[in-house]
Design a binder for this molecule. Structure first.
Ligand SMILES: [Fe+2]
Length: 240
C-alpha cells in the first residue's frame, strides 16, 4: 500500500479501561506502545509537510530545521530501540522480524538526504526551498509510513502470545529505560508534544517524577522556537 500526506494514524489495540501501561494485558502491551510511538512519527511527518511552505523569516527556517532534526532524532531512537531491545527478544520467541529490519535499512539513504538538507539549511549553507523539503520528505516518508503500518501486523496479540507476561514486562522496562536515556530537550520532548495528552492511560509511560520534570522544565526550553511547529502546545492543546 502506498501513502501520501496527510499520513493516517495507527489504530492502537483496544486495551480496555486501565490506569497505567503496566496494567495492559501483556499480549497487547507492545502493540499499544508501538502504535503510540508510530503516531508520534505520523504527527511529526504531517507537521513538517504542513509547515514547510509557511516559513517567513530566516529565524523561522533555523527553528524549523531544528524541529525537523528533532523528528530525525526520535525516528533513529525508535528504530535503535527496536533493533537492540525489542526485536532480539521477539526473535528468541519465534517471531519473524526479517522484513521489519530490512525496511529499517531501506529508507536510510533517502532519509539521510532529508537530514543533510535540513542541516545545511540550518547552517546557512543552502537556501531554504519548501518544495524541495516536501519532495525530500515524501521520498522517504511514503515508504516509511507503509513500514510503520505494516509493522503493527507483525506484533498482534496473537503473535505476542508466544511471550509470557514477565518477558514482556522486562522488555518494556528496558524500552522505557532506553527512551529515558535519550536527549530530553529534543527527542524526549518530541514524544510528549506529538501525543494526544487526552489519551488514556497516558503515553509515554514514564515514572511520574520524570513526567513532571518533562512537562514543567524540559518542554519549556524550546517552546518558542522548535515547538512552534509541533501539533500540540506545551499545555497539550492542539494547534489546529
Ligand atoms: Fe516501530
Amino acid at each position: 500500500m502506498s501513502y501520501s500526506p496527510p499520513y493516517p494514524l495507527c489504530q492502537a489495540p483496544d486495551i480496555g479501561n486501565v490506569k497505567s501501561g503496566n496494567d495492559i494485558e501483556h499480549t497487547k502491551r507492545l502493540g499499544w506502545d508501538m502504535a503510540n510511538a508510530h503516531n508520534v512519527l505520523f504527527h511529526g511527518l504531517n507537521a513538517m509537510y504542513n509547515n514547510a511552505p509557511n516559513l517567513r523569516t530566516r529565524k523561522d527556517e533555523v527553528h524549523f530545521a531544528n524541529y525537523c532534526l528533532c523528528f530525525a532524532g526520535f525516528l533513529h531512537e525508535h528504530h535503535d530501540i527496536e533493533e537492540k531491545l525489542v526485536f532480539p527478544i521477539l526473535r528468541e520467541h519465534g517471531l519473524d522480524m526479517t522484513k521489519n529490519s530490512a525496511e529499517h535499512e531501506a529508507f536510510l539513504p533517502t532519509f539521510g538526504e532529508f537530514e543533510t538538507y535540513v542541516t545545511t539549511v540550518r547552517d546557512g549553507k543552502e537556501e531554504y526551498d519548501a518544495d524541495k523539503l516536501r519532495a525530500l520528505l515524501r521520498a522517504f516518508a511514503d515508504t516509511l509510513v507503509a513500514h510503520l503500518h505494516d509493522e503493527m501486523s507483525t506484533i498482534t496479540p496473537e503473535q505476542m502470545s508466544k511471550l509470557d507476561k514477565p518477558t514482556v514486562a522486562a522488555m518494556m522496562d528496558a524500552v522505557m529505560k532506553g527512551a529515558m536515556s535519550s536527549p530530553p530537550l529534543t527527542v524526549g520532548a518530541f514524544a510528549f508534544l506529538h501525543t494526544d495528552p487526552k489519551a488514556s492511560p497516558p503515553w509515554p509511560c514514564a515514572p511520574a517524577p520524570a513526567v513532571w520534570i518533562m512537562k514543567n522544565i524540559f518542554l519549556r526550553w524550546h517552546k518558542n522556537d522548535y515547538w512552534r511547529f509541533a501539533p500540540f502546545d506545551i499545555n497539550g492543546q492542539p494547534r489546529t
